[in-house]
Design a protein around this ligand. Structure first.
Ligand SMILES: [Zn+2]
Length: 436
């Protein structure tokens, strides 16, 4: 059933009960020594996702959408969130709903608030808000919705105890079928699953545009021989792998940061798989595995750059810029990504929604101080963000500059990497039932 899209602002607002629980959990989080100083307030005010006309006609908004082909404007990193209260099949680890785990509990509350979801009908309200956010974008643009698989161990056993959450492929595929004018979808399949190859074939037939992995949380080692059959199938089907690299802070699960080492991705690349590295591996350090398992520690970003600069991976390896504007990223990385135009044809944009709605994660003040944006841009973006977190994320990245450089418009035309060129413009794949 397609929910009505009409804005119903009061229902998106954070209720008093939510607020009380939330503040209690924040106290616990503060005691754990985590996180930040708020810059734009702590909570997403969840205003009407259509910014007022004054903002829509603002020259900065015009500038953000100029020189782009709308049908190529795909956001490749939009998470689905919920608690499974709508028959979606979404499951979340009970730790995320228990005050006995204050960090996970608080993070989940932030994600609910970031997406303006209501606790008592989380799935439905999340989706309503997402559709309304999308309507602020050109009609031909798409959000790419991410499924999220369980953790599995090497024997192929599903491990809910090591899983953060689960968003079934069927659910993401269904949303694509029901809203083809808004959503593409990306499947998630753990390569250690005994039925991994069948699930992959089903996903491809159901119109999945890629496969998403988050190795530190999902517990797959991208450099393991165990993945080879999966890589061969990906290469055969021409399906890209959108894979997180670098340290993972937002999702717990298996807790294997070493699986975020970018050099492990040589294995899929050498199998001929198109690999898109989420966040450009912009957090943390990894071993220089090219020098052996005891190699020196280097920044994950420098290891990613090494791969990017290898001629044999041209046309095969890409970097994705979601999260690189968050306050915990180094200024130098963002500046280098913007200034190195030679990389721009290899970069794609995604928002990592709902994270742009987690207010303390971004500091416009810091970005202004570092001269990536002007004071006028910071104040317009602050206002846009109160209405529409994905539009905010998009506009921010379009407006960023380092010296005289900006991200090329092509960075935002993510369909270049995921789309079927013969399908352009505007034709849809014909998805079938039963992705799994
Ligand atoms: Zn993500």
């Amino acid at each position: 059933m397609r929910p009505q899209l009409k804005a119903r602002e009061p229902e998106w607002a954070f209720t008093q009960v939510h607020r009380r629980h939330f503040l209690a959990s924040l106290t616990a989080l503060g005691a754990s020594g985590c996180w930040f100083r708020p810059g734009q307030g702590l909570l997403n005010p969840c205003l009407n996702p259509q910014p007022p006309d004054r903002l829509k006609s603002h020259e900065l908004a015009q500038q953000a959408f100029a020189d782009l082909r709308p049908e190529y404007l795909w956001d490749d990193h939009v998470h689905l969130l919920g608690v499974g209260d709508s028959g979606s099949g979404i499951w979340i680890n009970p730790a995320m709903q228990s005050l006995a785990h204050p960090v996970q509990y608080t993070q989940f509350r932030f994600y609910l608030n970031a997406s303006c979801a209501e606790k008592d009908r989380a799935d439905h309200s999340f989706l309503l808000r997402l559709l309304a956010l999308k309507q602020a974008f050109p009609v031909a643009s798409r959000f790419m919705l991410l499924a999220f698989d369980h953790s599995y161990d090497k024997s192929g056993q599903r491990r809910p105890d090591l899983s953060a959450f689960h968003v079934p492929n069927e659910f993401a595929a269904r949303l694509h079928r029901e809203y083809p004018e808004h959503f593409e979808w990306i499947a998630s399949i753990h390569p250690y699953r005994k039925d991994a190859l069948e699930a992959l074939t089903r996903a491809a037939k159901s119109g999945a545009r890629a496969i998403k992995w988050l190795p530190p949380a999902m517990g797959m080692d991208p450099g393991a021989v165990l993945c080879d059959g999966f890589y061969e199938a990906l290469a055969r089907l021409g399906l890209p792998l959108l894979v997180h690299a670098g340290d993972e802070k937002a999702v717990h699960g298996s807790g294997k940061q070493e699986f975020g080492n970018p050099l492990l991705l040589r294995r899929p690349l050498d199998h001929g798989v198109r690999v898109i590295v989420a966040h450009c591996a912009s957090l943390g350090q990894g071993r220089d595995l090219d020098k052996g398992p005891g190699g020196p520690w280097l920044s994950n970003f420098s290891l990613f750059k090494r791969l990017l600069n290898e001629a044999r991976y041209e046309g095969r390896l890409f970097g994705e810029i979601s999260a690189v504007t968050q306050r915990n990223r180094a200024k130098g990385i963002l500046a280098e990504l913007i200034e190195t135009d030679a990389w721009h044809s290899r970069l794609v944009n995604g928002s990592d929604y709902p994270l742009p709605g987690v207010m303390p994660l971004f500091s416009l003040r810091k970005l202004r101080r570092e001269k990536f944006i002007t004071t006028a841009e910071a104040s317009a973006l602050t206002e846009v963000r109160r209405h529409n977190a994905i539009l905010f994320d998009f506009m921010l990245k379009r407006l960023l500059r380092s010296g005289s450089k900006r991200f090329s418009p092509s960075v935002f035309e993510s369909r270049r990497i995921y789309g079927q060129p013969e399908g352009l413009p505007g034709t849809q794949s014909q998805p079938q039932q039963g992705a799994g």
